[in-house]
Write a protein that binds this ligand. Structure first.
Ligand code: AFP
Length: 326
């Protein structure tokens, strides 16, 4: 959409940019409501209580006060939007039905504050959001109509896709999100890698893959926060994030609905790829809210290399004293 005479495209505000996409007014309104909610989450992150909430989430993990507060902020805003029927949050045990009927409405799955345990050490964290048409949340990620994340780092940025390019907005000092990068594209192959999980729990295929990345000169870039790590891979356009299956955790750590589907939708629409090591993340048919899966996400060539190493090691006869055990 050309910039209006006398204004540079960098003054394009989020709502105006969304109106330029071929999406419904309800979806424009919903994404803007989530952007508004993030302004209250920022405030909570910057000034809120860093202690524990005294409660635990669906996974039995201890909830931080910030997890509970940011979840309440997001949920209230989604209900208030009037265009949402079902809501699922990483911090809630079950789906919350905001409205019975689905006509023209959307369903939202979100992680209100991913990496919350990093706030007290002042590292970047984020909110991750996945949007579907209608009220079914347990469907393959490929059916999403929109995905977005808000990154609370030195700057606050918002990245979204509605399936037609991936765009970044940065919050200005009036707390407005204005366009900073449009139609972001990934390169075919990368030079940075972000490996999650304990390395001594890596399986042979993953260990060989990591050594392949190191051998081709990739630099290690891992913060422990999924949102800042994915943002680095996306904005640099050349890299890979992975959180593989580990010995003792065959499904890795990250959640399909709240973390993997939205990020895979964004990266695929930027020309990258996302796999669980065998199939694209977006083709996984989720069976439950708390489903986890291994992930390899980023440049197509690196994701392909990861799946090749896994396939190869699955074929290889288990030799006595195999690779990892030296
Ligand atoms: P927290 O929300 O418990 O801080 O976990 C963050 C996270 O879900 C994701 O943001 C990271 O990529 C991943 O877990 C880090 O996990 P490891 O600490 O096991 O590498």
């Amino acid at each position: 959409m050309p910039a209006a005479p006398g204004t540079s495209k960098f003054q394009i505000e989020l709502r105006r940019h969304l109106r330029g996409q071929s999406i419904s007014d309800n979806l424009v309104h919903l994404i803007c409501e989530i952007a508004e909610a993030s302004k209250y989450v920022i405030n909570a992150v910057r000034t809120g209580d860093l202690g524990v909430a005294g409660t635990s989430n669906l996974y039995g993990e201890e909830q931080l006060a910030l997890d509970v507060l940011s979840d309440r902020i997001m949920r209230k805003r989604l209900i208030h939007s009037g265009v949402v029927c079902n809501i699922a949050s990483e911090e809630m045990d079950e789906i919350y039905q905001a409205q019975a009927s689905a006509d023209g409405l959307y369903s939202v799955a979100y992680d209100p504050l991913d990496g919350s345990s990093l706030v007290d050490v002042n590292l970047a964290v984020g909110t991750i959001v996945s949007i579907y048409e209608g009220c079914d949340l347990l469907q393959p990620g490929r059916n999403q109509v929109a995905a977005m994340y808000i990154l609370y780092g030195p700057r606050v940025s918002l990245v979204y896709t509605v399936g037609d390019g991936v765009h970044e907005f940065t919050m200005n000092n009036l707390m407005e999100f204005t366009l900073t990068r449009e139609n972001i594209r990934m390169q075919e192959e990368g030079n940075i890698y972000a490996p999650g999980g304990l390395r001594n729990k890596y399986n042979d295929g993953d260990e060989k893959f990591i050594r392949h990345l190191e051998a081709k000169g990739c630099k290690l870039r891992y913060s422990g926060g999924f949102v800042p790590d994915i943002n680095q891979v996306l904005m640099k356009g050349k890299g890979l994030f992975m959180y593989p299956a580990l010995k003792g955790s065959p499904n890795g750590k990250l959640r399909v609905l709240f973390e993997l589907n939205p990020m895979a939708f964004i990266i695929e629409h930027a020309g990258g790829a996302a796999s669980n090591g065998h199939i694209p993340i977006l083709d996984i048919v989720p069976e439950s809210l708390d489903q986890r899966a291994p992930i390899y996400i980023g440049c197509k060539a690196d994701v392909k290399a990861a799946t090749d190493f896994l396939a190869e090691s699955a074929q290889a006869p288990v030799a006595a004293g195999s690779f990892v055990n030296g």
